[in-house]
Design a protein around this ligand. Structure first.
Ligand code: PRP
Ligand code: MN
Ligand code: MG
Length: 187
């Protein structure tokens, strides 16, 4: 396996669990949006790249065509004391007015990123906005946001893999795992 495996304490969500859940979520979303034209997936860089790619393909296998857009955002100032103010690093390339948007996220942690993003997308006059998130940490939530589709509720621990990083590393791990505390100490 990857040399990163040694930095992982335990696997929280396996590759197979991710694959099965992605298929299940796409099936549900495809069913819910069967009468909707022009579904637009908005992936939130960088964490959502893996899930976005797999989720979009799973939608396609369900005969549900989608378009894909990406945004990159960064929380403003110190993360732990975030006011929920977010800076846009990369905006949408196209107008989304009247579009049915599904935000694709890897994880809902405090909820601050999504809370801001949902207001932003509404201000851009999307016809509807829902969220599909692979992971959610119920014990870390600071703002309540409506996340219609959630893959897994996980404990409030530092997890990496499948898009999630620690200092930009570990995103390429095919599973989601808890990082060993010794790795923080090293950093
Ligand atoms: C992470 C994650 C979510 C967000 C969740 O992104 O990918 O987008 O944090 O946290 P929140 O619910 O507390 O707002 P990050 O800002 O680390 O950027 P990245 O996706 O580029 O890693
Ligand atoms: Mn992110
Ligand atoms: Mg990150």
């Amino acid at each position: 396996g990857s040399s990163y495996d040694a930095d992982i304490d335990r696997v929280i969500v396996s590759e197979e669990q991710i694959r099965d859940k992605t298929v299940e979520l796409a099936k549900q979303v495809a069913e819910d949006y069967r009468r909707v034209d022009g579904v637009l997936l908005v992936g939130v860089l960088k964490g959502a790249v893996m899930f976005m790619a797999d989720f979009a393909r799973a939608m396609g296998r369900n005969g549900r065509s989608v378009e894909m857009e990406f945004m990159a955002v960064s929380s403003y100032g110190q993360r732990s004391t975030s006011s929920g103010v977010v800076r846009i690093l990369k905006d949408l390339d196209r107008d989304i007015a009247g579009r049915h948007v599904i935000v694709v996220e890897d994880i809902v942690d405090s909820g601050l990123t999504l809370s801001w993003l949902l207001k932003y997308l509404a201000s851009r006059s999307a016809a509807s906005v829902e969220v599909v998130a692979l992971l959610r940490k119920p014990d870390a939530i600071k703002v309540n946001i409506p996340v219609k589709y959630v893959g897994f509720d996980i404990p409030n621990e530092f997890v990496v893999g499948y898009g999630l990083d620690f200092a930009e590393r570990y995103r390429e791990l095919p599973y989601v795992g808890v990082l060993k505390p010794s790795v923080y100490a090293r950093a």
